[in-house]
Design a protein. Structure first.
Length: 118
């Protein structure tokens, strides 16, 4: 059975990162760079979702590492670090090893920094 997980910037529950960002958003300088925090948050949620699916499938980190031809410490670090920053090739390899694939779905409303002026 393949489990699907939807990953969005508004997913719950709040992680330690979410709480950290909420506290830092009180600083105007930090708040000005909140788009960077949003990117980090989405990456974190994607990695956590992949790890949850790995666990649900009963796959060890070592087995996942073998399936993607990576050193076990690389996979272990990816799933245990506070701020994972995987490459797209790593994400694609992991999704394939878990029997998944990525699908791009449009946002309901594009972020304001991506909208074009008319």
């Amino acid at each position: 059975m393949v489990r699907t997980t939807k990953v969005t910037a508004n997913s719950s529950p709040k992680t330690g990162f979410d709480k950290y960002v909420a506290g830092r958003m009180k600083d105007p300088t930090f708040a000005a760079h909140s788009h960077v925090a949003a990117k980090i948050d989405v990456t974190d949620k994607l990695v956590r979702a992949l790890d949850s699916i790995r666990l649900a499938n009963g796959m060890s980190k070592a087995e996942l590492a073998r399936r993607i031809s990576a050193k076990p410490e690389i996979v272990r670090r990816l799933f245990t670090t506070r701020s994972p920053n995987p490459t797209m090739s790593t994400i694609i390899a992991i999704t394939k090893a878990l029997g998944l694939h990525l699908i791009l779905v449009p946002n309901r409303r594009p972020p304001t920094h991506l909208r074009t002026a008319r």
